[in-house]
Design a protein around this ligand. Structure first.
Ligand code: HEM
Length: 764
C-alpha cells in the first residue's frame, strides 16, 4: 500500500520553517525553481512513505497503451511506487551502501545480484545523443484550433475549438547535450500533435530558411558547423574556420547564415522565438482540393533576442539559461503561447508564388505578399516530469502526417523523411521507439509491425500479414471517409534522371538582400558586429576574403563595415545588386509586447525601504512577472520588523544577465564579502565607494545591454557611481517605488531601450 501522508514530528517543523523562508509564508509568493516537491528537511527522512508526486507544474505523457489505446490510469502511474527500495525485480532491499563481502575487509562476492544489477544498469544509462539538435528543452501543452483552416484542410484537429495535446521540444542545432544554451545558432521548434487521427509532427526551426537546398548536403553543412575533427573544438559555435569555409564556398547558405548573424541567432528565450515549418506543405480539403502553405508560429510574448556580450556572459554564468527560463515560466504560471498561422498559395504546376520558388527552402515569401493567417493557439502549460523519459526520448519525424496535410517535392524535405527514422533506430535502440510513452499516438494502432528490441505491445492473433483469413482478415483498409490517408495524386512532369537543381535555385543573394534591407538600423548594427566577431575568429585569411565577397553581393555598407573590422579591403560586387522591396514584418523591433514572465531584479539591503520592496515584489508577481530580490547576503531582509523578504540572489551570485530590468531600492553599501580576494567581481571595492562594486558591475552591464533600470530613494548615487548618465534613455530615478516600477514595466514592453545607443549614421 502506498502512503501519501505528510512526515510528522521534528522533520515536519523544520519543513514548515523552510517553507516560511522560501515562500514568505504562502505558496502564491513562491519564486519558481524549487528542485523537489517539498522543501528538503535538515535531517534525512527515515519513516517509510511513497514516492512524492510530481510538482504541480509537471505532467507526464497521458497514459495510452503501446497500441495507442486510452486508459483510465493517471500519468503518475508511469512512475515508480511503493515505500521501500527494491531491485528491478521488486525484491525489497535492506541495504544499498555495502557490497556483499566475505567479512568487512574481505573480497566482494560474485553472488551479490543487487550490486551487479545496480552497476550493470548504471553502465548503460547513456544513449547516443541526437546527431544534431542534441541539446533541448521541452514542455507539454495544448493546441486549440480556431477552425479557420477548415476551408483548406480536412485535418480533424484543425476544426473549430478542437483541443489537441502537444509536446514541444526546442533545441540549438550544433552543440552537444551538455553545451550552453545561448550560443549563436539556429533553434529547433518541434511540435508533436497527438491527434485522434494519429500523430502529426511539425518539425521546424526559428529561422524560416535553410542552409542547403538539397538534403544530400546535410552531412556537409553539419560536418562544417560541428567542432573540428582533430581537436574537437569549438563546441556549439559557428565562429570557426570550417563553418565559414563551407558557407563561403556554398553560397546557397548565405540567406540562412545572415539570419544566424542577425538577432535571431541569439534568442532571449524559447518563449520569444518565432517558429517556421520552412518547407512548403500541401493542405487538402474535404473535397480533395489542394493549397500550398507555409507554417508560422508567432509568439504572443513577441520576438526578442539577447545582445552578444550578454549571451557570452550567460554561457558562463548560467549555461542552462533557456532551459531554466522555459521551465520557470511554466512553473510561475506564465504559460508561453504561440499562434499557429499559414501563408497560403495556389497549388499551381509551377509551385511558385509571385516568382518565388515554393520548393526552394532558402527562400521566404514576405508576409506583405501573403499574410500569415492565424489557425490556432498553442499553450505550453506543463513541464515534463522526467527529462530523459520525455525530452530525450521523444522522436519527431516530418513524415508524421494526418489526413489533410501532405508534403511537397522540396528535395530537402525528401531527405529529412528518410533521415529521422533512420537515426532514431540507433538513438533509441531498435525499431520500437514509437511505443515509448512520450511517442505513443493517441489513436488506435494496428500496424502488423512485430517483435524487435523493447517490444512493449502484446500482440494477439496469428496472422500479422495481409491478406489473411486466419485472423478474420484483420486489419482492414480504411477508405477516405474512414480517415484513410491518401497521398495527393500530384502530376509529375516527364523528366530525365539528373543530379541537377532548377535554375531558380541559383539565386543566392536577392533574398539575403531583402532580409538585410528589412532590418532596422539597430538590428543591422548587430549583424555587422556578428559577422565581424565570427570572421575575426577565423584563422585563414582566404576564408575571410571569400566571405567578404558574398557580403558584397548583399550590401556594400555591410561588406565595408565588416571589412573595416577585419582590417581587409572591401571587394566590389560581381553582379549588380538586385532591387528588392523590404519586408517590415522581418524586423523584430518597433512594437509593444506583453511583459508576462519577464524577470525584474530588485537590489535591496537591510536599511532599504523594505515596505516598498514588499509592495513592489507583490505588484510584479500580480503582473505575471518574476521579482528576484538581490541583497548583500542570503536569507531574509526584515530589519524593519515587517514580513521577512526572502533574498533570491546575493551580490556574489547575481549577474545582470539574469534580469530583464533592474530596480534599486536606494544605494546599497558594500557587502561584508566585497573583497577582491574572495569575489573577483568586487575588485578592491571596499575602499572608497559607498556602493557595493558588484552592484556597480550589474548596473553597468544592464546599461550596456540597453535594459531599463532605475530606482528610488538615493538610487541616483549608485547609478552615478556606476558611471551611468541618469538622463540617458531608459534610466530613471523616481520619487517612489511605484513610479519606478510603472516606468520600468512600460519600457519592458518594448524589450530594450534601443535609443540609448544610436546606430551609426551611415547605416540607415
Ligand atoms: C528545413 C530544414 C530542417 C529543419 C527545420 C530541421 C529541424 C529539426 C529539428 C527541430 C530537430 C530536433 C527534433 C527534436 O527536438 O528531437 C531536428 C533533428 C534532426 N534533424 Fe533536422 N531539420 C532540417 C533539416 C534536416 C535535414 C536535411 C536532415 C537530414 C538529411 C536532418 C536530420 C536531422 C536529424 C538526423 C535529427 C535528429 C533526430 C533525432 O535524433 O531524433 N534535418 N531537425
Amino acid at each position: 500500500m502506498e502512503k501519501s501522508r505528510p512526515v510528522k514530528g521534528t522533520v515536519d517543523k523544520i519543513v514548515d520553517k523552510v517553507v516560511d523562508v522560501v515562500s514568505d509564508g504562502g505558496p502564491s509568493n513562491e519564486i519558481p525553481g524549487r528542485p523537489g516537491r517539498e522543501p528538503a528537511p535538515l535531517e534525512e527522512p527515515t519513516e517509510p512513505r511513497a514516492p512524492l508526486p510530481p510538482k504541480p507544474d509537471q505532467a507526464g505523457p497521458e497514459v495510452f497503451t503501446a497500441t495507442g489505446r486510452p486508459t483510465d490510469v493517471p500519468p503518475t502511474a508511469w512512475a515508480q511506487g511503493g515505500e521501500y527500495l527494491t531491485t528491478a525485480q521488486g525484491l525489497r532491499l535492506t541495504d544499498t551502501d555495502h557490497s556483499l563481502k566475505a567479512g568487512p575487509r574481505g573480497p566482494v562476492l560474485l553472488q551479490d545480484h543487487h550490486l551487479r544489477e545496480k552497476i550493470m544498469h548504471f553502465d548503460h544509462e547513456r544513449i547516443p545523443e541526437r546527431v544534431v539538435h542534441a541539446r533541448g528543452a521541452a514542455a507539454h501543452g495544448v493546441f486549440r484550433a480556431y477552425g479557420t483552416a477548415t476551408t483548406v484542410t480536412r485535418a480533424a484537429f484543425l476544426a473549430k475549438d478542437v483541443e489537441t495535446p502537444v509536446f514541444v521540444r526546442f533545441s540549438p542545432v550544433l552543440g552537444s547535450r551538455g553545451s550552453a544554451d545561448t550560443v549563436r545558432d539556429t533553434r529547433g521548434f518541434a511540435t508533436k500533435f497527438y491527434t485522434g487521427e494519429g500523430v502529426f509532427d511539425l518539425v521546424g526551426n526559428n529561422i524560416p530558411v535553410f542552409f542547403i537546398q538539397d538534403a544530400i548536403k546535410f552531412p556537409d553543412v553539419i560536418h562544417a558547423g560541428k567542432p573540428h575533427p582533430d581537436r574537437e573544438i569549438p563546441q556549439a559555435q559557428s565562429a570557426h574556420d570550417t563553418f565559414w569555409d563551407f558557407v563561403s564556398l556554398h553560397t546557397e547558405a548565405t540567406h540562412h547564415t545572415l539570419w544566424n548573424m542577425s538577432d535571431r541567432g541569439i534568442p532571449r528565450s524559447y518563449r520569444t522565438m518565432e517558429g517556421f515549418g520552412v518547407h512548403t506543405f500541401r493542405l487538402v480539403d474535404a473535397k480533395g482540393a489542394t493549397t500550398l502553405v507555409k507554417f508560422h508560429w508567432k509568439p504572443k510574448a513577441g520576438v526578442h533576442s539577447l545582445l552578444w556580450e550578454e549571451a557570452q556572459i550567460i554561457n558562463g554564468v548560467d549555461p542552462d539559461f533557456h532551459r531554466r527560463d522555459l521551465a520557470d515560466a511554466i512553473e510561475a504560471g506564465a504559460y508561453p503561447q504561440w499562434e499557429l498561422g499559414i501563408q497560403t498559395f495556389p497549388d499551381t504546376p509551377e509551385q511558385t508564388f509571385q516568382g518565388i520558388d515554393l520548393l526552394d527552402p532558402t527562400k521566404i515569401v514576405p508576409e506583405e505578399l501573403a499574410p500569415v493567417q492565424p489557425i490556432g493557439l498553442l499553450t505550453l502549460n506543463a513541464n515534463p516530469v522526467n527529462f530523459f523519459a520525455e525530452t530525450e526520448q521523444v522522436a519527431f519525424h516530418p513524415g508524421h502526417l494526418v489526413p489533410g496535410i501532405d508534403i511537397t517535392d522540396d528535395p530537402l524535405l525528401a531527405g529529412r523523411l528518410f533521415s529521422y527514422l533512420d537515426t532514431q533506430i540507433t538513438r533509441l535502440g531498435g525499431p520500437n521507439f514509437a511505443q515509448i510513452p512520450i511517442n505513443r499516438p493517441h489513436a488506435p494502432i494496428n500496424d502488423m509491425l512485430r517483435d524487435g528490441f523493447h517490444q512493449d505491445a502484446v500482440h494477439s492473433g496469428v496472422a500479422p500479414y495481409k491478406p489473411n483469413s486466419l485472423d478474420g482478415g484483420c486489419p482492414f483498409f480504411a477508405g477516405q471517409s474512414e480517415g484513410g490517408y491518401r497521398e495527393t495524386p500530384v502530376r509529375v512532369p516527364a523528366a530525365e534522371k539528373v543530379r541537377e537543381a532548377p535554375a531558380s535555385y541559383a539565386d543566392h543573394f536577392s533574398q539575403p538582400r531583402l532580409f538585410w534591407l528589412s532590418l532596422t538600423p539597430v538590428e543591422r548594427e548587430h549583424v555587422i558586429a556578428a559577422y565581424t566577431f565570427e570572421l575575426g575568429k577565423v584563422y585563414e585569411q582566404a576564408i575571410k576574403e571569400r566571405t567578404l565577397r558574398t557580403l558584397a553581393e548583399i550590401d556594400s555598407y555591410l561588406c565595408e563595415q565588416v571589412a573595416q573590422g577585419l582590417g581587409l579591403p572591401a571587394p566590389k560586387p560581381v553582379n549588380s545588386l538586385p532591387s528588392v522591396e523590404p519586408s517590415p514584418a522581418l524586423s523584430q523591433l518597433g512594437q509593444t509586447w506583453p511583459t508576462t514572465g519577464r524577470i525584474i531584479g530588485i537590489v535591496a539591503a537591510e536599511n532599504s525601504d523594505l515596505e516598498t520592496v514588499r509592495a513592489l515584489r507583490q505588484a510584479i508577481l500580480d503582473g505575471g512577472m518574476v521579482p528576484l530580490v538581490i541583497a548583500p547576503a542570503g536569507g531574509v531582509l526584515g530589519a524593519d520588523g515587517g514580513d521577512p523578504v526572502t533574498v533570491q540572489r546575493t551580490f556574489a551570485t547575481a549577474r545582470s544577465v539574469e534580469f530583464d530590468a533592474l530596480l534599486l531600492a536606494g544605494t546599497p553599501a558594500p557587502g561584508k564579502d566585497a573583497y577582491g580576494a574572495r569575489d573577483a567581481k568586487a575588485g578592491n571595492g571596499v575602499t572608497g565607494t559607498p556602493t557595493d562594486p558588484r552592484v556597480l558591475l550589474m548596473l553597468a552591464e544592464a546599461f550596456r545591454h540597453a535594459k531599463p533600470l532605475g530606482g528610488w530613494a538615493d538610487a541616483e548615487q549608485a547609478l552615478t557611481a556606476a558611471g551611468i548618465d541618469t538622463a540617458a534613455p531608459g534610466v530613471l530615478v523616481a520619487g517612489s517605488g511605484d513610479a519606478a516600477l510603472e516606468e520600468i514595466v512600460r519600457l519592458l514592453g518594448r524589450h530594450r531601450v534601443w535609443d540609448r545607443f544610436p546606430p551609426a549614421v551611415g547605416i540607415a
